[in-house]
Write a protein that binds this ligand. Structure first.
Ligand code: C2E
Ligand code: MG
Ligand code: MG
Length: 282
């Protein structure tokens, strides 16, 4: 009904996947709080590399839920549920804590890596969030610029002033920011100027088809031009083959992430991959 009301046609066919109140979702919602407290969540890490040197520059932490009955549940299924409830705050903090713990553990073994985490818009509407991050940075004393927060263009749609103030406070702690899925939201170039971002990640929908679709290639090329003139690092997301990687290098795109390089994997598998690829220390 809510979906029908929001569509111009006023009619939609019932689809259980979109129903927040389906039995599966209702039970997941009631279990999620316990899952966070009992460490049923786990972070997988996907590398991003410097295309020309193939060196690993960092990785993205992606959350999964190891559900006792349902098996591995992807974030697309439970993050929206967390966002509908107050669980998005403890979930965001859990992810940050685990990521910082991992940064510290890797540093001890000589791997100095930038780890990016995804925060929800609601985390960035929460005026208390920066002080929570500050406490976590005291608990795990790692250089704050090894932590990068990924936000999307839609973060600034609802209440831009409030989100910008939270973002600025987190940035003043020395934490880096990246804009995720760039090109899919209602991009306002004005926001690019106001946001303290270091990295721009081009959405995988443009990368996927850039070799076949001239318009996607133009979007990738123009985004690179724009990002470079703002002095930002660019990461192409969702690179699935060598030909796309080569094309990106020709367009002067510095970094890439995607299944062709590695799928998101548990921390120990990531570490083995990192060393096998000849990254420092050898
Ligand atoms: P994202 O931040 O854009 O993350 C990239 C997604 O693309 C990941 O899906 C990753 O597995 C997938 N991917 C990477 N390379 C390729 C590729 O070459 N081909 C294809 N087809 N896909 C690729 P995943 O892990 O299912 O995460 C989906 C989304 O869930 C993320 O999109 C992010 O928006 C959200 N998410 C993940 N972890 C968290 C988290 O800890 N907190 C919050 N708030 N959101 C999260
Ligand atoms: Mg991301
Ligand atoms: Mg993305």
């Amino acid at each position: 009904m809510y979906k029908a009301k929001s569509e111009a046609s006023r009619t939609v066919i019932y689809n259980a996947d979109q129903d927040a109140h389906s039995p599966r979702r209702l039970s997941m919602m009631s279990e999620l709080g316990t899952a966070i407290r009992q460490n049923q969540l786990v972070l997988h890490y996907q590398p991003r590399i410097h295309i020309a040197s193939k060196r690993c520059m960092g990785c993205e932490a992606l959350v999964r839920w190891q559900h006792p009955r349902l098996g591995m549940v992807p974030p697309g299924e439970f993050i929206p549920l967390a966002e509908m409830s107050d669980l998005i705050q403890p979930l965001g903090l859990w992810v940050l804590e685990k990521a910082l713990q991992q940064i510290a553990a890797w540093r001890e073994r000589g791997m100095e890596l930038v780890v990016s985490v995804n925060l929800s818009t609601r985390n960035l509407m929460d005026a208390a969030f920066p002080s929570h991050i500050e406490k976590l940075l005291q608990k795990f004393p790692v250089p704050p610029d090894l932590l990068e927060v990924e936000i999307t263009e839609s973060t600034l749609i609802g209440d831009p002033e409030r989100a910008l103030s939270v973002i600025d406070r987190i940035h003043s702690l020395g934490v880096r920011f990246a804009i995720d899925d760039f090109g899919t939201g209602y991009s306002s170039l004005g926001y690019l100027k106001r946001l303290p971002i270091d990295t721009l990640k081009i959405d995988r929908s443009f990368i996927r088809d850039m070799l076949m679709d001239e318009q996607d290639a133009v979007i990738v090329q123009s985004t690179l031009g724009l990002a470079h003139s703002f002095g930002l690092d660019v990461v192409a997301e969702g690179v699935e083959d060598e030909k796309t990687l080569e094309a990106l290098q020709k367009l002067n795109c510095e970094q890439a992430q995607g299944f062709h390089i590695s799928r998101p994997v548990p921390a120990d598998v990531f570490e083995a991959w990192y060393r096998a690829e000849g990254n420092p220390p050898a």
